[in-house]
Design a protein around this ligand. Structure first.
Ligand code: DHB
Length: 391
């Protein structure tokens, strides 16, 4: 009798534990944040992780009555690792959302898993136009290179530049930038010479020598975030800073993470992009101040704002679905609009890509620090590659 009572008591406790286990699993919404935290693109990981954590610190870790758990994983910038980590996070950790993705190959690798498992993939960094077409579960809060680049071509044509050399990292976003610039600038009568440099361990000097010899009006450069300082060093070593050849491009090369340490060589560079730490708005001032305070004075760059807005999209999406993930969450994200530190943004319901202002900026010294100072705004720019396809 006693034994039976004991056994049933044990059984009841086990059942209760199992039940509360289920309840606990339902109460927690896990976000798998996969980033390059080591290797040449670690600055992207560092910026996005800091921004995601800041967002959670500011908004709390409960949404729609569920606890939000952020699981950060380092893919070292290697696509096979990204894919394996995504698989483990989906199968073992039962994540509701995966996010991050510091480079184009890293965003593409888990796309089939997102589709198969119906897990939304929020791309916070990678910026090749086609990425959102790799899965209907991909939503992007970064930008696309054509989106940032077409305004650069327009500015170049309007400001009397006739001959431009392009120098891009030889992979998805670089090729996107090269094509977008070349098409838009030649359509306005400009002349272009295209040069491509390997993504891994780039040696810019032979290309810069070619540019020095060809003497174009401007050099248009795309290198991914984190590489701009290496480029600038070789730009000076080849004497291009004194050649009168203007430096232009999408804003990745004068990335806020590195800009302040580049020195006077960067002064006067004209770039087009969606984010500057110097952006003049109340939202951005509060963001920059809080980000610096939480990260030993580190200045947020465009990767950080992609991470911060990605968390916002996930939080607001979960509020709408009452904590549900899957297709409902992707649907909730479509068409969402808000005021980001970068300015007004929305998610295009057709393409799941971000629509945002692109700013024309010039590197200037302000209060002793180098900034990309915005001086013109092109409002509500869609990714032009996908916009052209839908016409
Ligand atoms: C990509 C990576 C970057 O660091 C960047 O600045 C732009 C694009 C990419 O791989 O998609």
């Amino acid at each position: 009798m006693l034994r039976r009572t004991l056994l049933s008591a044990v059984g009841a406790t086990a059942a209760m534990l199992a039940l509360s286990g289920v309840a606990m699993a339902q109460e927690t919404v896990k976000i798998g944040l996969i980033l390059p935290m080591t290797g040449p693109f670690a600055s992207t990981g560092r910026q996005i992780e800091a921004a995601a954590k800041l967002y959670m610190q500011q908004k709390g870790d409960t949404v729609a009555g569920k606890k939000i758990q952020l699981i950060v994983k380092d893919d070292t910038g290697t696509a096979d690792v990204t894919k394996r980590l995504a698989q483990e996070l989906i199968v073992n950790d039962k994540i509701a959302v995966m996010a991050g993705f510091g480079l184009t190959p890293l965003a593409l690798a888990p796309a089939p898993l997102a589709t198969q498992a119906k897990v939304p993939e929020v791309v916070m960094a990678a910026a090749t136009s086609t990425i959102t077409e790799a899965s209907p579960f991909i939503v992007r809060t970064s930008f696309t290179l054509p989106q940032a680049t077409v305004p650069m071509a327009d500015w170049a044509a309007q400001n009397g530049l006739k001959k431009v050399a392009t120098l891009v990292s030889d992979y998805g976003p670089g090729i996107d930038a090269e094509k977008a610039f070349t098409a838009a600038f030649t359509a306005k009568g400009g002349q272009v010479e295209n040069l491509r440099v390997p993504l891994a361990n780039p040696d810019f000097s032979p290309f810069l020598q070619k540019v020095a010899d060809a003497k174009p009006d401007a050099l248009f450069v795309f290198v991914p975030s984190g590489i701009g300082a290496q480029f600038m060093k070789q730009f000076v070593e080849r004497g291009l800073d004194k050649s009168g050849i203007k430096l232009i491009g999408p804003g990745d090369v004068t990335d806020d993470d590195l800009l302040n340490n580049m020195g006077d060589v960067a002064l006067g560079a004209i770039t087009t992009q969606h984010y500057s730490a110097d952006h003049d708005s109340a939202e951005n001032k509060a963001f920059v101040e809080a980000f610096k305070k939480a990260n030993n004075g580190m200045r947020p760059n465009f990767m950080a704002v992609g991470g911060y807005d990605g968390m916002h999209l996930i939080y607001e999406g979960l509020k709408k679905t009452n904590g549900e993930g899957g297709q409902a969450l992707v649907d909730a994200m479509k068409g969402m609009s808000w005021t980001s530190p970068r300015g007004p943004v929305s998610i295009d319901p057709q393409t799941r890509d971000i629509v945002q202002n692109i700013y024309v900026r010039k590197v200037e010294r302000k209060n002793g620090e180098l900034y990309n100072v915005e001086f013109a705004t092109i409002p509500n720019v869609k990714d032009p590659v996908k916009a052209a396809k839908s016409n």
